[in-house]
Design a protein around this ligand. Structure first.
Ligand SMILES: Cc1cc2nc3c(=O)[nH]c(=O)nc-3n(C[C@H](O)[C@H](O)[C@H](O)COP(=O)(O)OP(=O)(O)OC[C@H]3O[C@@H](n4cnc5c(N)ncnc54)[C@H](O)[C@@H]3O)c2cc1C
Length: 487
């Protein structure tokens, strides 16, 4: 559907400005609040424009995991060694192909400083490590593995270190009352103390450019009326992903079409389109995070097979990696095959994701009967289990490298959980920015006056994903956007 309101407006056509500030930030989630803080600290008058009735965005609903490392005080307190080089090696291997290595280098080199910055701003982390397979720690522990660092193939590439840093919060409920709220609350309080102002119920439509092509303002809608906002120094776009824009998802990331997850309806891609209308470049528009709706405590204890009854991934890895493999490479066909003893053990284990504990769909005494009930080709699952069990008897998984801790021969009775189609996700691609969060024109030059961060940009993830990289790069490059805009 044509939408002329996306086109930039000439400053010469604006007769009055309803609001004014040095730096105007669009969107009051994680990228927006961090940009606002840094711009205010640099001496700028800052105004944040937010479409909904309050601050928070997806970040407030999030599990709160922030991907940090290179030897943060929390990693050290929990007894883990990590180095900047190991973090870089892991991120470049796991988050590609096609990572922006300059961004990853800056992110890893600045990671310890960024952790300290968050702590100084009031974000609290409990110095305890949660080491079970899972999406999030069930309690208020501060550190966990969140990207498959301790699983194959990465544990053979580089020494693993947990980098999922989780703000402390008790009584968490995913999507309602998550640790992301404990990240956003002190940051917004910090911004308010610095004098950052916010205007709510104000939906950013497009930007205003002067005769030189510099971005000097924003036009927004409030209750159907146009509102004009002048930005004396710069505009920061921080309006989230395009996961809820059906047209954009269908064109760019069709595998998650109809299944947005871990995002909010306000993520409608508007910031990306505003940039594109100015000639901005984009990157990795096809990349998506993929949630896989199954409890990792169960997956680690069974074997995941595809529609041909074959294993395709070490089951103890990061569940988001399992989701990507199932959706992208296995046509969304996945089953968890697990024996009764392992199922009972998994159900008794601690988890945050109790709602993801699906019931088995088929149960049988033998694998032969099970594969027949599942409608698999005769012998397919049997040969998979034969190979797995042969090596599991010695506690190893030479085929896919699952850690011996989770490798046990599959016995009887045996069940299969139907995980076909149990994926959803959010988009990772967006505006192309440099390490200073300047939005880049297709020519490669920065667009004067325009900065961006968060999921409306392409950040550290080009294809792969690790939990915490969104709040991580959103806050890290959000800060840089604020600093650059205030300059
Ligand atoms: C349940 C859940 C769990 C998650 N868990 C994690 C996790 O543990 N770790 C992690 O890294 N990520 C997690 N995520 C993802 C993460 O929250 C987001 O990717 C991240 O918040 C993106 O940051 P952002 O600043 O780009 O967007 P947001 O934090 O969503 O902020 C964008 C803001 O812009 C506003 N906005 C949008 N359009 C307009 C407009 N036109 N005008 C004005 N304002 C506008 C939105 O209302 C919103 O407030 C989770 C998300 C959810 C929902």
């Amino acid at each position: 559907m044509a939408d002329a309101t996306i086109n930039p407006i000439s400053a010469a056509d604006i007769t009055t400005w309803d609001y004014e500030a040095d730096v105007v930030v669009a969107g009051y989630g994680i990228a927006g609040v961090t940009a606002a803080i840094e711009a205010a600290r640099a001496g700028s008058e800052v105004l944040v424009l937010e479409r909904t009735g309050g601050w928070g965005g997806a970040a407030s609903q999030a599990g709160g995991i922030i991907y940090l490392g290179g030897g943060t005080p929390l990693q050290k307190a929990c007894g883990f060694d990590d180095t900047v080089d190991n973090m870089k090696t892991f991120m470049k291997a796991a988050l590609g192909p096609g990572t922006d290595d300059a961004k990853i280098d800056a992110y890893c080199e600045g990671s310890v400083d960024h952790f300290n910055w968050l702590v100084d701003a009031g974000v609290a982390f409990k110095e305890t490590f949660w080491g079970q397979p899972g999406w999030e720690p069930p309690y208020d522990d501060g550190l966990m593995y969140s990207g498959g660092e301790n699983a194959a193939p990465f544990n053979t590439l580089v020494d693993p270190a947990p980098r999922g840093h989780v703000p402390q919060m008790s009584g968490k409920t995913t999507s309602e009352h998550g640790a992301g709220f404990m990240l956003m609350t002190p940051l917004v309080e910090t911004a308010e103390k610095l004098g950052v102002r916010a205007e709510y119920d104000l939906r950013v439509q497009t930007v205003v450019v002067d005769e030189s092509g510099r971005v000097v303002g924003i036009v927004a809608k409030r209750y159907g009326k146009d509102v004009t906002i002048r930005a004396r120094k710069g505009v920061v776009l921080a309006m989230g992903s395009f996961a809820y824009n059906d047209e954009m998802v269908r064109s760019n990331a069709p595998k998650i079409f109809g299944h947005p997850a871990a995002s909010i309806e306000a993520h409608d891609g508007r910031a990306i389109q505003i940039g594109q209308a100015l000639g901005a470049d984009t990157a990795h528009m096809d990349a998506t995070e993929v949630a896989f709706f199954c409890d990792p405590q169960l997956m680690a204890r069974g074997i995941l097979v595809n529609g041909r009854g074959q294993r395709f991934i070490p089951e103890d890895t990061y569940p988001g990696r399992i989701g990507q493999a199932a959706l992208f490479q296995q046509d969304n066909q996945a089953f968890l095959v697990i024996d009764e003893a392992a199922y009972e053990e998994g159900v008794a284990a601690e988890t945050k994701t109790i709602q993801l504990r699906a019931q088995p769909k088929w149960v049988a005494e033998t694998v032969e009967e099970l594969e027949a009930e599942m409608g698999l080709v005769a012998g397919a699952l049997q040969s998979t289990v034969d190979v797995y069990n042969r090596h599991a008897a010695e506690g190893s998984d030479p085929l896919l490298g699952k850690n011996s801790e989770w490798v046990k021969p599959i016995g009887s009775p045996v069940a299969a959980i139907d995980l076909r189609g149990r994926t959803g996700g959010f988009t990772l691609g967006g505006l192309k920015t440099n390490v200073n969060s300047e939005v880049l024109h297709v020519s490669g030059e920065p667009i004067p006056g325009l900065f961006a961060a968060g999921r409306c940009t392409s950040g550290v993830c080009a294809g792969g994903y690790a939990s915490g990289t969104s709040l991580g790069d959103g806050s890290f490059f959000g800060r840089r956007a604020g600093i650059s805009a205030a300059r």
